[in-house]
Design a binder for this molecule. Structure first.
Ligand SMILES: Cc1cc2nc3c(=O)[nH]c(=O)nc-3n(C[C@H](O)[C@H](O)[C@H](O)COP(=O)(O)O)c2cc1C
Ligand SMILES: CCCCC(=O)C(=O)O
Length: 387
């Protein structure tokens, strides 16, 4: 039996006796609104923004509304066990922290604070290659907490190999390879503010601390930042990494590998045929292809096609406990959550991330119980109705 996450609800109500309320909202919509009040427009819109008209970001949310939970009564769901295992990592609940780069733009502690909050809850943090703190520093902050590493795949084999080696040595167990962001999508809010954090040096701690990357430069990044920044950007953009390059990753990583950004069932099959251990059905939170299909709308087909042979995870639009339940019922083994915990970080560093994650877990726990489910393995599409 794992911790009863739902008890966070009682904890909050009891605080009311002492005359206090949570430091900030438990509601996903208001959370984004209050982050807008808190942050400068540049960082806020970098996080909140999406590609183009925002159609895909909105569709990601709307897709959840087409599925409704059909609660069951008197099922003895008072004692719940939300735990699961994902590619060798034991999770107290089926939630991971999505890789989010440049977290120092919303809070100076950035990924270090996120790592501490995630480790305290034993939820895996997926560290981005675009982290504001080094692989090793985040590992230290994470302690014995579960951690995975997300790769933006440099086209220089020595640099790629060096980064993977560092991640492995620092205790990151699974590798997430993001495929949908080989160049940035058209993001009007960032363009209007002419705001790209990388050009300020944010999100470059991984290459800048990497000996293989540094050895390619005539001047160190400290001496000549612009040249180093542009060199790195050119290394991780472009389409010269393709399906036939996947064996390189296998040779340089001896743990599970997942491909992130899969949206078509044929790509899911191809990933699994190529020996990948898992995929993440995701459209990058609507930040890349405006007009792309909602990630949730592709999940059932993909999970049916490859779910027996590989681990299927999901992200893009998860905001509430009901969303977690729905994604699991539609075939995901676990979900990743992105923007909400970043808003938590903006509000209160480590404590802020913890509040957001505990809220999501409590909401999920109570939603499970009140709809009559004791374990995540019993969820399938029969618990939902399409409307
Ligand atoms: C500010 C920001 C930065 C991100 N950086 C990365 C990244 O470095 N690597 C990556 O694979 N995905 C990145 N993502 C995408 C997330 O991993 C995830 O796919 C997305 O946020 C999920 O959607 P959600 O925000 O609706 O939960 C980023 C997302 C945001 C909002
Ligand atoms: C190279 C892009 C890194 C950040 C990212 O993935 C995003 O802003 O969505």
């Amino acid at each position: 039996m794992t911790e009863r996450f739902g008890s966070y609800q009682n904890e909050i109500y009891l605080q009311g006796y002492g005359g206090t309320t949570p430091a900030f909202t438990t509601d996903a919509t208001r959370l984004e609104e209050s982050a807008a009040d808190l942050l400068e427009p540049g960082p806020f819109w970098y996080v909140a923004g999406a590609a183009g008209s925002g159609a895909t970001a909105r569709a990601n949310r709307a897709a959840f509304d087409h599925w409704r939970i059909v609660p069951r009564m008197l099922t003895d769901a008072t004692e719940r066990d939300l735990s699961t295992t994902v590619l060798g990592t034991e999770l107290p609940a089926p939630v991971l922290l999505a890789p989010v780069g440049v977290q120092s733009i919303v809070h100076p502690d950035g990924e270090l604070a996120t790592a501490r909050a995630a480790a305290g809850l034993r939820l895996p943090m997926v560290l981005s290659t675009a982290s504001s703190h080094s692989i090793e520093a985040v590992a230290e902050a994470s302690g014995d907490g579960p951690r995975w590493f997300q790769l933006y795949w440099p086209n220089d084999p020595d640099v790629c190999g060096s980064i993977l080696r560092r991640a492995k040595e620092a205790g990151y167990t699974a590798l997430v390879v993001t495929l949908d962001t080989w160049t940035l999508g058209w993001r009007p809010a960032d363009l209007d503010g002419a705001y790209l954090p990388f050009l300020n040096g944010d999100g470059l701690a991984v290459p800048f601390t990497d000996p293989a990357f540094r050895s390619l430069l005539e001047k160190t990044p400290e001496e000549d930042a612009p040249t180093a920044i542009l060199r790195w950007i050119s290394m991780v953009t472009g389409t010269d990494r393709n399906w036939s390059a996947l064996p390189f990753l296998r040779e340089h990583w001896d743990g599970p590998i997942l491909l992130k950004g899969i949206q078509h069932v044929d790509d899911a099959r191809r990933a699994v045929d190529a020996g990948m251990d898992g995929i993440i059905v995701s459209n990058h939170g609507g930040r890349q292809v405006d007009g792309a299909v909602a990630a949730l709308d592709m999940l059932p087909e993909i999970a049916t096609a490859v779910g027996e042979r590989a681990t299927v995870l999901f992200d893009s639009g998860v905001r509430t406990g009901a969303d977690v339940l729905k994604a699991l019922a539609l075939g995901a083994r676990a979900v990743l959550v992105g923007r909400p915990y970043v808003y938590g970080l903006a509000h209160g560093g480590e404590d802020g991330v913890r509040h957001v994650l505990r809220g999501l877990l409590a909401d999920f726990d109570l939603t499970m119980g009140l709809s009559g489910h004791r374990t995540v393995t019993e969820l399938d599409s029969t618990v939902l109705r399409r409307v």
